[in-house]
Design a protein around this ligand. Structure first.
Ligand SMILES: [Zn+2]
Length: 340
């Protein structure tokens, strides 16, 4: 089958790779209806993460079940399914406590690679959620968004305790940051401040529910958030970048007693203990427990109450994946959808 393989930073190829085979009775194989390029795929693309050997790429997916192992009960061939970017059993104590992305049997789907025609899904029963039926074509981008960026933005907003009466700020205007805005709106936040310098992204943030836009960064950005929140800082801040600057900006924009949800994949962030001590904020982050939110998110999409698929502003055939990476790297595209 055809699949995306990264050979070195900046070198993405679509080539013939081995198709998936069921080896465990809990596995399933899906045929991808759509897949996409993630902001986190840009870390190796830009050489920030090492690429030691040719690596199959991708961890976001929706598709149709082709085959299941002998112990799979919750999904069957022919069903349209959405799954998280982390496979989880759904039964261990960590899963039952609401953190399937830290499941004791977790498999990060980037180890499998979903930018391909088909993909192996380990722990199928705990990982996949079937939609009520075959989705209309226009729902597929939104269902695909649920696989990672929507679920991750949602977790960021939940971890930051966005809700009624809350003033929320979102650091980062990539797909996750924009969908954290959407999540904060759905969760009933009173004020949603999106931090963005890019006009097209500001526009989408407004569409998703942002009430204010802050273009400043660093200390100036923090000052602006404080100015918009009665001088105190936001109750809830979502960090959706993962750099030193964005983490500091998030923590410093939060009022004492407030909550930071940090969902940008951290790269070399070092926080001062003294600053943390006096900031007096709650911090919760990590790989988002997307699977926990999937049934609710699929419902909202199916009922057409939210349209997170709007973050895909470039759609290409799988064969043109290299251009999809380039466009995101150069920030010409927010997010690239690939059709196998
Ligand atoms: Zn588990």
């Amino acid at each position: 089958m055809r699949g995306v393989v990264m050979h070195a930073p900046g070198d993405v190829r679509v080539e013939e790779i081995d198709g998936p085979k069921i080896t465990a009775p809990t596995d399933a194989i899906i045929r991808l209806s759509a897949t996409c390029v993630c902001g986190s795929d840009l870390w190796p693309y830009r050489g920030v993460d090492a690429v030691d050997q040719p690596t199959p790429m991708g961890h976001e997916y929706v598709g149709i079940v082709e085959e299941v192992g002998s112990e799979v009960r919750n999904v069957k061939p022919g069903q349209f399914v959405v799954g998280s970017f982390v496979s989880s059993d759904g039964t261990c104590e960590i899963c039952r406590a609401g953190y399937p992305s830290s499941c004791v049997h977790r498999v990060f789907m980037n180890e499998v690679g979903t930018q391909a025609e088909r993909a192996l899904i380990p722990n199928a029963d705990g990982t996949l959620v079937a939609t009520p039926g075959m989705p209309d074509a226009d729902l597929i981008p939104s269902l695909l968004a649920a696989s990672d960026v929507l679920g991750t933005g949602w977790f960021g907003a939940v971890a930051a305790q966005a809700g009624p009466g809350k003033r929320v700020a979102v650091v980062g205007d990539g797909a996750v940051g924009l969908l954290a805005v959407l999540a904060a709106k759905q969760l009933g936040a009173e004020q949603i401040i999106a931090m963005s310098r890019h006009e097209s992204r500001q526009k989408l943030a407004r569409e998703f529910g942002a009430t204010d836009i802050v273009t400043e960064r660093g200390d100036e950005g923090v000052a602006k958030v404080k100015e918009l929140t009665g001088g105190l800082g936001a109750h809830s801040v979502v960090e959706a970048v993962g750099t030193q600057e964005s983490m500091q900006q998030a923590i410093r924009s939060t009022r004492p007693g407030g909550n930071v949800g940090f969902v940008g994949v951290n790269h070399d962030v070092a926080l001062s203990g003294e600053e943390l001590f006096f900031a007096q904020v709650n911090l919760l982050g990590g790989p988002a427990p997307v699977r926990q939110y999937l049934p609710e998110l699929i419902d909202l999409i199916w009922e057409r109450k939210i349209n997170p698929g709007k973050v895909f502003d470039l759609t290409l055939p799988l064969e043109q994946a290299a251009e999809g990476y380039r466009a995101m790297d150069e920030r010409r595209a927010i997010k690239t959808l690939l059709t196998p």
